[in-house]
Design a protein around this ligand. Structure first.
Ligand code: AMP
Ligand code: MG
Length: 329
């Protein structure tokens, strides 16, 4: 019968109709509370199933990394290391070994400003409860802060602390590592445009379909105010700020970035934003430059190819590293 559809044609037509309804090319976003922060995934896909699967895999990876590296979880690999590594070498996964090595590399690069053994004192703080160590406790724990006490055996895949009282924490690079891994997953799923952020650390994949992504740097003293907007394509960006985890007592701000030299929170600057090609690096460098302060920090960033910095000093003034295009205000 001419003009009428046979059953096959009908199925094809219905299938196409269904596909055109379901398969909308669009932006997809998802937020999850993982690693003590908000993981935000944003991506472009022409297939909602691909988008949903990519988001699921990213969140699964974040949970996996949290289980590996959280010092709040007593059965995480890092908690095991903190319990036993001063007694005997502890065998660890190649992944944790690699991250510890990267942490130690960051210590060397920054003259010890970055130091995963900061936790020897860091563990004595509870920012939510407003608990901090007194001077005596700091003086007693300070000698245990030195990354050189962390001995890695790359062949045996073990870590050993050559001093009692040493504690380590990868909080200064873990979120950057996590978003870098997350973007690797997006890429493997065929996604070409996306962004994953974990608190102050973001990794951008591609552009925002014909335009750069615009990432705002917030005013460290006013979360509603943006002080710089940075156009970015295929880059990582990390901000370390004294507003992330802190409490105040007698006008002093006790926050989560600790000087390995003094054991106290660092008050040289209010925030440091680093841009570069790798989120583990930008995360580690943001924490490091925060500890190093304005002059030394800018000098370090200016000595590195591919990395730039925006720093808000302790008076609230904005500074930029040499290779920076002026940010859009
Ligand atoms: P971020 O959130 O990247 O700014 O880094 C802050 C986190 O890094 C803190 O919550 C600690 O877990 C860790 N941290 C603090 N001080 C240091 C330090 N001097 N070196 C390495 N990690 C640190
Ligand atoms: Mg950091």
């Amino acid at each position: 019968m001419e003009g009428a559809m046979n059953f096959r044609q009908f199925l094809l037509f219905a299938g196409c109709l269904l596909w055109s309804v379901v398969a909308t090319a669009d932006w997809y976003t998802n937020e999850q509370a993982i690693m003590g922060t908000v993981i935000r995934t944003e991506l472009w896909s022409d297939d909602p199933l691909t988008a949903g699967e990519a988001i699921r895999l990213v969140n699964e990876e974040m949970h996996r990394i949290d289980r590996l590296m959280s010092t709040y979880k007593p059965d995480s690999e890092i908690s095991q290391v903190n319990r036993d590594a001063a007694e005997k070498p502890v065998r660890i996964s190649a992944e944790l070994l690699d991250l510890l090595a990267r942490g130690i590399e960051m210590s060397r690069l920054t003259g010890g400003a970055f130091d995963i053994t900061y936790a020897s004192i860091g563990q004595l703080y509870d920012y939510r409860a407003g608990v901090r160590p007194d001077e005596q406790q700091i003086a007693a724990a300070l000698p245990a802060i030195d990354y050189r006490f962390v001995e890695l055996d790359l062949d045996e895949c073990t870590v050993f602390f050559s001093r009692h009282g040493v504690r380590i924490d990868l909080g200064g690079i873990a979120k950057g590592y996590a978003v870098e891994r997350g973007v690797g997953i997006l890429r493997a799923q065929g996604i070409e445009h996306g962004l994953i952020s974990a608190g102050g650390d973001s990794r951008i994949l591609g552009d925002r379909r014909g335009a750069p992504w615009i990432v705002g740097v917030r005013d460290p003293r006013n979360s509603d105010r943006v002080i710089a907007r940075l156009p970015l394509i295929d880059e990582a960006i990390s901000t370390s700020g004294d507003y992330e985890r802190f409490f105040e007592e007698d006008g002093v701000r006790y926050h989560h970035i600790i000087s390995p030299a003094t054991g106290h929170s660092v008050s040289e600057v209010r925030s440091v934003t680093i841009i570069g090609p790798d989120a583990t690096m930008t995360d580690g460098l943001a924490t490091s430059v925060f500890v190093m302060g304005l002059e030394d920090g800018l000098r370090l960033i200016d000595s590195l190819d591919d990395f730039e910095a925006v720093i808000v000093d302790r008076h609230g003034a904005l500074h930029r590293s040499g290779g920076f295009l002026p940010p859009q205000q």
